[in-house]
Ligand binder design. Structure first.
Ligand code: MOS
Length: 731
């Protein structure tokens, strides 16, 4: 359901291209004389490759070559002594097998089908070593992830002395991103220069990775990624597809395309790590928190120390005088984990927000009331003020819209026919970071505006958001603006991740447009009778493709007239924007959300349906209302998957992922999703950036899994602390 409010605001500027198929994704790009590479993957989880027999494969029609560490040219990487950690994984560079289904060879052929068939004929001999993929067994040798922070107050003593307390363990399995678009690369070497189309969230990162891998200057590399069909963190760092395609193309001297199959999506890239968390929280009889002790361990690989902050949320979401957090990681013989939507935060919030719900029943205090009692007016960790925090308003408006006051507090007390009804809620938060970014803006004589920035749009609607910012700042219609991204030859900008793009790139676009307007004023002032001479530049505004002194229509000068009279075809400039760190550092800057859900449970078959969700979100200024609504809806959908369905199954005996496909790995479909409403509360933030916009891509997910689990408890009286909440756990 789209709220009436969100029918305002422009639709996706790239929507038509996407639904008509003219938006070309990586695998659709081709070069003349292109060959296709298909991955061969290991069938053991740990050991060494002794031999690769490619004779049969290479005899097949169309096969150009079977490539592996045995015959590929070396990369320009520094030698690292064996056993060094981190030892970032570069596919096809070593006989070592570090995880099951590791890419170990690539078959290059004239067609995709020929390559795929021949790949099935490659025979590999291994020296197998024992593996360990079970986090529970690895926990005893877990080690600190370098995220230690000193205790706040005296948490152990406070917990021991408290009357009301909860102590519980919460677990999350490995989850995979499962974007619609598979990871893919098309690589083409010509005269020592490398061009790649790559599914990536960060063009600059991909360029730098290739430059160091091949030992060539960045200027010889062009990376293009104009459309990305979902990534969610899976393309934040280059995957095996990139290096394999680039190495293979160099070897066979033809362009090479490597596209993952659905199976390979789950086996060659990262995933949300498996985690085990223990929470001890306590309160006095009035509900005031007296202690939070949050310990978390998640898996990493044998070759890298990947860690994400599960416990951070416990340090600053609520006001509490005594806090201890412990973060550890444990080695497993699996591919290295990777950030996945709301990384760390959603996992930590699942535990903290579940524990808080458990505490609310012990205290007999309404769950939302408990959160209000412990509302953090300032950042409890640093003592700094928030740059803005309208979370109270989120609780209020979302609760009202949801009808929370009609909730009966007792579990199993609400019904709809034979279905049990449960209402649950949770809080979400996400830091609002900003990175340096650049943009080039060109205003043309014909009234069009071209805006360029080397960022990416993995789906949240960056094309549209940047178009809105430019059109609004320049005072022109949306249709006049073209925003260009996804090319390393464009002005460098950060990758799309951590919900920072609007804040970073949006600020660069807005500032660049303002600088263009300033230049227009200067050009106007070269003309006789300019109304802007001696006028405070701050009072000059843009509207209807013209500049004018605010409130003085008689000073209006059309852009086109200014350009024409100055004999200019365009005004164009490149701007690099940097966050105001001095100002920002005096505050804690974060987005917040209050998230309410209703579930209906059919107890006979253990089926849970999320029938309603209402989110109140405070994320500063909402630049692109439809896109923002979409993001928050997506967060709920993802939360339904995480809470009720998603789990990567591993056969620990084989060390292998058993459900690398959408038949065995369940994600929500339309029929699983009920009504979703989003409310963006008014939040004015003059600190975060000149746009006043905070990120909200990850935020929409953060509290949802806990809110669903809390609603399931309210409906059934069963507390499930192990995700996903599948029917077997409720029957
Ligand atoms: Mo997000 S996990 O930064 O793509």
């Amino acid at each position: 359901m789209i709220n009436e409010f969100f029918q305002d605001g422009p639709s996706r500027v790239d929507g038509r291209a996407k639904v008509t198929g003219t938006a070309t994704y990586v695998a659709e790009h081709r070069f003349p004389n292109m060959a296709y590479g298909y991955l061969v993957q290991s069938t053991i989880a740990r050991g060494r490759i002794l031999e690769i027999d490619a004779a049969e494969a290479e005899k097949q029609p169309g096969v150009v070559k079977v490539l592996s560490h045995l015959n590929l040219q070396k990369l320009a990487l520094p030698e690292r002594p064996a056993g060094t950690i981190p030892r970032p994984f570069y596919a096809l560079t070593s006989p070592d097998v570090l995880f099951n289904a590791q890419p170990i060879a690539v078959v290059v052929a004239d067609t995709f089908e020929q390559a795929r068939f021949a790949a099935s004929l490659v025979k590999v001999k291994y020296e197998q070593a024992p593996h360990q993929t079970d986090l529970e067994k690895a926990v005893s040798s877990a080690f600190t992830s370098g995220r230690e922070q000193a205790d706040r107050g005296t948490p152990a003593e406070a917990f021991a002395a408290s009357e009301f307390k909860v102590e519980a363990e919460y677990t999350i399995p490995i989850e995979h991103h499962n974007a619609m678009e598979p990871h893919a690369t098309v690589a083409n070497w010509t005269d020592g220069k490398l061009t790649v189309y790559d599914k990536t969230q960060g063009i600059q990162g991909t360029t730098g990775y290739l430059a160091s891998a091949f030992g060539i200057d960045r200027s010889n590399i062009r990376v293009l990624s104009p459309f990305v069909g979902g990534a969610f963190g899976a393309a934040l760092r280059p995957g095996p597809n990139l290096i394999v395609a680039a190495m293979a193309s160099r070897e066979v001297k033809r362009p090479v395309k490597v596209v993952y199959s659905r199976r390979q999506l789950a086996t060659a890239h990262g995933y949300r790590p498996e985690s085990i968390q223990t929470l001890k929280i306590s309160a006095n009889k009035d509900g005031k928190l007296t202690s939070i002790i949050h310990e978390a361990v998640h898996n990493t690989s044998a070759h890298e120390n990947f860690s994400e902050s599960l416990v951070g949320v416990s340090r600053n979401l609520y006001s509490c005088p005594n806090v201890r957090t412990v973060a550890k990681i444990a080695r497993t013989d699996l591919q290295t984990p990777l950030w996945m939507r709301a990384p760390g935060m959603v996992s930590g919030a699942w535990a903290l927000e579940s524990a808080l719900d458990e505490l609310s029943y012990k205290l007999k205090i309404d769950p939302m009331q408990l959160r209000l009692i412990n509302y953090a007016e300032t950042d409890p960790e640093s003592g700094r003020p928030f740059s803005s925090k309208e979370l109270r308003e989120c609780y209020k408006q979302a609760a009202e819209r949801f009808g929370w006051s009609k909730r009966k507090p007792e579990p199993r007390s609400m019904r709809d026919g034979k279905l049990l009804v449960g209402w649950g809620m949770a809080t979400g938060t996400w830091p609002a970071s900003q990175a340096p970014a650049s943009a080039r803006v060109t205003l043309n004589l014909d009234g069009t505006v071209r805006v360029e920035s080397g960022t990416t749009d993995i789906g949240p609607g960056t094309y549209t958001t940047m178009t809105i910012i430019a059109a609004r700042t320049m005072g022109v219609q949306i249709e006049k603006v073209t925003f260009v991204l996804g090319d390393s030859e464009l002005p460098p900008s950060p990758g799309q991740g951590g919900s920072t793009t609007t804040s970073s790139v949006g600020t660069a676009v807005q500032e660049a447009c303002e600088l263009v307007l300033k230049q227009l004023v200067e050009h106007a002032n070269k003309m006789e009778g300019s109304p802007f001479v001696g006028v405070d530049p701050e009072t000059v505004v843009a509207e209807d493709a013209a500049i004018l002194v605010k409130g003085k229509p008689e000073t209006k000068r059309k852009f086109a007239d200014i350009l024409r009279q100055n004999n200019l075809q365009n005004v164009s400039l490149l701007h690099r924007s940097t966050p105001d760190q001095g100002r920002r550092s005096r505050y804690t800057i974060a987005s917040h959300a209050a998230q309410f859900v209703e579930v209906k449970v059919d107890e006979e078959i253990g089926r849970v349906r999320v029938t309603r969700a209402v989110q109140g979100t405070a994320a500063g200024r909402i630049v692109n209302p439809k896109g923002a609504h979409s993001q928050e809806m997506g967060g709920v959908v993802w939360g339904v998957g995480m809470a009720l369905m998603e789990k990567t199954e591993i056969d620990h005996k084989l060390g292998r992922i058993m459900n690398p496909n959408l038949a065995g790995y369940h994600v929500p479909v339309n029929a699983d999703i009920g009504e979703i409403e989003t409310i963006f509360v008014v939040e004015v933030d003059e600190i975060v950036n000149p746009l006043g916009a905070k990120g909200l891509g990850e935020l929409g997910l953060v509290g949802i899994p806990a809110a669903i689990a809390n609603a399931v408890f309210h409906a059934t009286g069963k507390r499930v602390r192990d995700l996903p909440i599948t029917p077997d756990k409720l029957i």
